[in-house]
Design a binder for this molecule. Structure first.
Ligand code: AMP
Length: 421
C-alpha cells in the first residue's frame, strides 16, 4: 500500500458526527448578522504581505512571527515574499472598502463574514494554524454607542450559542493624541525594570511598548504595577471610554476593565475588548476579541474613516461549548425511502417529492431486501422510513416509525405533515 498522507500540523478536519456543534454556532452567527442588520462581504484568503505589514504593524506577532506566506505556481522567492494567507480579516475588508470606494454608500457600513484565518504559530490546544472566525466590522461610525453595541452583540452570540459564564474584558488604549504619553510612561517603567523582561519584550520596548503588557511571561507584580492606559487618556478618549462603560451598564452587559488588554495589532485605538469564559482568562483562551481602529483606513491609503470590529473564534467557541457539556440542537429527522425489487425510479421520484416538501431524505439505492434496508436506515439514524409498495399507484406510501415500529399508509403529500404532527 502507498504511504498515507496526513493533514498539515495545526489543522483539523471536520468530520461527519462532529459537525453539529459547528453548524449550530455558524447558524447563530448568521442569524445575529441578519438581526443586527449587517451585510455580508467576502475577501480573498490571501493578500499582499504589505497590507498586513502596514495594517497590523511590523512588530505584531501576526506579521513578525506568524505570517503564513504563499508563492504562486512558479514559487519563486520573490513571489513568496509577496503574498500571505490572511491572519485576520480587518485589513482585507478595509482594503476592499477603500478600493471599491464604499465610503460613498450611505453609512455607517455594517459588514460581516465567516471564514478561515491562518497563522503560522506553534500549534497547541485551541491554537491552530487554520481556524475560523465570525467577523463583523462597522465603518464610518465614531462611537461610542456602536462600541457598546458590538460588545453586547458578541455577548449575545455566546449566550445564544449556549455558552455560559462569558466575561467581556474592556479597555481603552487612547488615540494619536494621548498614546505617545502612555507609550513613554511604559518605556520609562519597563526600562527601569529591563532585567526582569524576557528577550522579546526587551526588543519590543522601544518599537511597541504596549505589547510588553501582552507578554505571557511578564511577572504578575510587574504587570500589576505598570502604568495604566486609562490613567493617560486625553479628555476626548476618557469621555469616550466612560460612555462605552455607561452604555454597557445600561444594557446589563457583564464586563470588567482589563488594563493589560492592549491587543497585539498596531491599528487599534481607543476601545479594545476580548471575551473569556470565567476561570479561563489566559491570553491563550480568548474566545473572541476586537476593538476600534480609527487610523487604519488612512494607513492603507484611504480617507480617515472610523472603524470598529470583532473576530470571534468559532473553533474555540465549539471547544468551550463541548467543555461545558452543551449539546447542539437536535438535527432535523432524516427520512429513509425504501422499496423492493427494481423500483429504484419510484424510490428516487418519491424522495424527490419529499425533498421538495422540505424533508431531509436518504433514498436507499441498493438491491438489498426490504428488511435489510430498514435495518440500515435505523443504523444511520433515520427516524422514519417511507416504504414504497403497490399503493404507490394510488399515490400512497407506508410511513414507518423506526423507533416504535408502527406503520400506516399515508398519501405522499401528507408525509411531511404526518411527521411533524
Ligand atoms: P485575535 O485577533 O488574535 O484576538 O483573534 C480573535 C479570536 O480568534 C481569538 O479570540 C480566538 O478566539 C480566535 N483565534 C485567534 N488565533 C487563533 C488560533 N491560532 N487558533 C484558534 N483560534 C484562534
Amino acid at each position: 500500500m502507498a504511504k498515507k498522507i496526513g493533514a498539515p500540523r495545526g489543522t483539523h478536519d471536520l468530520l461527519p458526527g462532529e459537525t453539529a456543534g459547528w453548524e449550530h454556532v455558524e447558524a447563530v452567527a448568521r442569524d445575529l448578522s441578519r438581526r443586527y442588520a449587517f451585510e455580508r462581504v467576502e475577501i480573498p484568503l490571501f493578500e499582499r504581505v504589505e497590507l498586513f505589514a502596514r495594517g497590523l504593524g511590523e512588530s505584531s506577532d501576526a506579521v513578525e512571527k506568524e505570517m503564513f506566506r504563499v508563492g504562486g505556481a512558479a514559487g519563486s522567492e520573490e513571489e513568496r515574499a509577496e503574498w500571505a494567507l490572511r491572519p485576520e480579516p480587518t485589513a482585507g475588508i478595509v482594503r476592499a472598502y477603500i478600493e471599491h470606494g464604499l465610503h460613498v454608500r450611505p453609512g455607517p457600513l455594517r459588514l460581516w463574514m465567516i471564514g478561515p484565518m491562518f497563522r503560522y504559530d506553534r500549534p497547541q490546544a485551541g491554537r491552530y494554524r487554520q481556524f475560523s472566525q465570525w467577523d463583523v466590522e462597522v465603518l464610518g461610525d465614531p462611537g461610542p454607542a456602536v462600541d457598546a453595541e458590538l460588545v453586547e452583540l458578541a455577548m449575545r452570540f455566546y449566550a445564544e450559542a449556549g455558552l455560559t459564564d462569558v466575561v467581556a474584558h474592556v479597555n481603552s488604549i487612547g488615540d494619536a493624541a494621548c498614546r505617545p504619553g502612555y507609550r513613554q510612561a511604559l518605556i520609562d517603567y519597563f526600562g527601569a525594570n529591563i532585567e526582569r523582561l524576557a528577550d522579546d519584550s526587551r526588543r519590543r520596548l522601544e518599537v511597541n511598548p504596549l505589547r510588553v503588557l501582552d507578554d505571557k511571561a511578564l511577572a504578575a507584580d510587574l504587570a500589576d504595577a505598570a502604568p495604566k492606559s486609562t490613567d493617560h487618556l486625553c479628555d476626548a478618549c476618557r469621555a469616550h471610554f466612560r460612555a462605552v462603560l455607561d452604555l454597557l451598564d445600561a444594557m446589563g452587559v457583564r464586563h470588567v476593565i482589563d488594563h493589560r488588554l492592549v491587543r497585539g495589532l498596531d491599528y487599534y485605538a481607543r476601545t479594545t475588548f476580548e471575551f473569556f469564559v470565567a476561570g479561563r482568562e489566559g491570553q491563550q483562551d480568548a474566545v473572541g476579541g476586537g476593538g476600534r481602529y480609527d487610523g487604519l483606513a488612512e494607513l492603507l491609503g484611504g480617507r480617515p474613516t472610523p472603524g470598529i470590529g470583532f473576530g470571534l473564534g468559532l473553533d474555540r467557541t465549539v471547544l468551550a461549548l463541548e467543555a461545558q457539556g452543551v449539546e447542539p440542537p437536535a438535527r432535523v429527522p432524516v427520512v429513509a425511502v425504501v422499496g423492493t425489487g427494481d423500483d429504484h425510479a419510484d424510490r428516487l421520484r418519491v424522495a424527490g417529492e419529499l425533498r421538495a416538501a422540505g424533508l431531509a431524505v436518504r433514498a436507499d439505492t441498493s438491491e438489498r431486501k426490504l428488511g435489510k434496508q430498514l435495518e440500515a436506515a435505523s443504523k444511520v439514524g433515520a427516524r422514519w422510513a417511507v416504504v414504497i409498495g403497490e399503493e404507490l399507484a394510488g399515490g400512497e406510501v407506508g410511513l414507518k416509525d423506526l423507533e416504535s415500529g408502527d406503520q400506516r399508509q399515508v398519501a405522499i403529500d401528507e408525509v411531511a405533515a404526518a411527521i411533524s404532527g
